[in-house]
Design a protein around this ligand. Sequence first.
Ligand code: AOS
Ligand code: ZN
Ligand code: ZN
Ligand code: ZN
Length: 432
Amino acid sequence: MSELPIHESVLEADNGKRQAAFEADFAALGETLDRRGIAVDAIVEKLRAFAVAVPSWGVGTGGTRFARFPGPGEPRGIMEKLNDCAVIQQLGRATPSVSLHIPWDRADPAALKDKAASLGLCFDAMNSNTFQDHPDDPRQPLSYKFGSLSHADPAVRAQAVEHNLAVAEFGRAIGSTALTVWVGDGANFPGQSDHSRSFERYLQSARAIYAGLPQNFRLFTEHKMYEPAFYSTVVQDWGTNLLIARELGDRAFCLVDLGHHAPNVNIEQIVSRLIFAKKLGGFHFNDAKYGDDDLDAGSIDPFRLFLVFNELVEAGEALERLAPAHMIDQSHNVTDPIESLIRSAGEIRRAYAQALLVDRAALRGHQDDNDAIMASECLKQAFRTDVTPILAKARLLDGGAIDPIAAYRASGYRKKVAAERPAVRGSGGGIV
Ligand code: AOS
Ligand code: ZN
Ligand code: ZN
Ligand code: ZN
C-alpha cells in the first residue's frame, strides 16, 4: 500500500490555484511549437519517460571541510531519508529511484525494499565507500588513508574489493542492477606514488570486483581529476576511465560526474566520445563554477547542461542501447535539500526537453553547409524556448505538482519533520 508523505488535499489545493494560468501557458507554447512542426504532446511523453535517481546522501545537509550547518528536520537514517525522497518524487514525478551509499545506508534489505515499495520508490545504482575508514565495520579494519583499490598493501586492496562485492550483493537484494565505484586514491606529492604501478594495482582490484559482480550488474567507474588527492588521482579523467572500462569488459562503463573535470573542459564532447566508444554508463548531475562544487544541476551553467543533453538526443538509438543511468550527485549546504533536489530534477528534465526541440535535420544541413551562425542559432532557438509548461504538464499527468516547490512549502513537511526529528548540531567538518 502506498503511503505518500504529502496529503492529497494540499496538492490539489495548490494545483487548483495554478491550473488556469498553466493551461493558458501550455496552450500558447503548444501553438508556438506547432508552428515549428513540433507536437508538444510527444515532448511531454518523452519527459514522462525520463527519470533521474536521487542520492540518499543528498537529502541530508552537506558541508565542506570547514563546517557543516545542519538544517531543521535532518533525516536520522535511511528510512527517514526515503521519506524525504518520496516527497521529491510525489511532487516532482521525475525521481522514482534512490541511489544508496554503503555503509551510510546499511539496513535490513527486506525492510528497505518494503519501505521503498510503500512509498512507490525503487533503487538505482549502489555506491561503495573506500574513501573513508570504517572503524565500526569488523570487515574493514584496515585504513584507506593511502588508498584502497590501488593501495600498495595487498591486504588493503583485498579489503576494498570485498567491500565493493558486499555492496553489490546488498544491491542485488534490494533490486539494484549497478555498482558505482568512485575511489579517493591518489597522491598529494609528485613521487609519492608511481603512476603506472598504482594504476596496475587499481586495475587488478577492479578486475576482481568485475568478476565477482552479480550477473545482471553493470559496473560504473567514476573519474575525478582531484580531491581528496591534490596532486594526482588514479582515475583522473575520461581517458583513464575509458581504458578501465575497456580492460574490464562488456558490463563495465564510464560514469561522468559533471563536476569532475578541469575548468572549461568540453564535457559534452567527452559524452559524445563515450557514446561513440559504447562506454557511456551514466551521469552524476550537478553544477559547478570552480571545481567539484556539487551545486544544483543547471544553477550555474544551464547551457552546458543543455549541450550535454543535445549530445544524448543526437545519439538516438545508440544511446537507447547504452541506457545510461541518470543520477544526481549534489551537496546542499545552504538550501533545504528537498527543494534543491526537486528543482535539480526539473532542471535536468528542462535541458532534455530543450534538446528535444532542436531541429536535427536543419542543424545537419547548416553543419554541412558550413553555416556556423545558423547552426548556432538552431541550438539557441531550442535553448531559449521556455519549456516550463511542458515540465508542469508531465508532472501533472503523473499526479505531481504544477509548481512543486510551492506545493512543498504549502505542505509544511519540513516543519512537521523538524518537530519529529531531533535537531542536529553543526560540526567542524563535513563530507561532500
Ligand atoms: C565524489 O566526488 C564523487 O562525486 C562521488 O560520486 C560521490 O560524491 C560520493 O560517492 C558520495 O559520497
Ligand atoms: Zn559523483
Ligand atoms: Zn564528486
Ligand atoms: Zn561532485
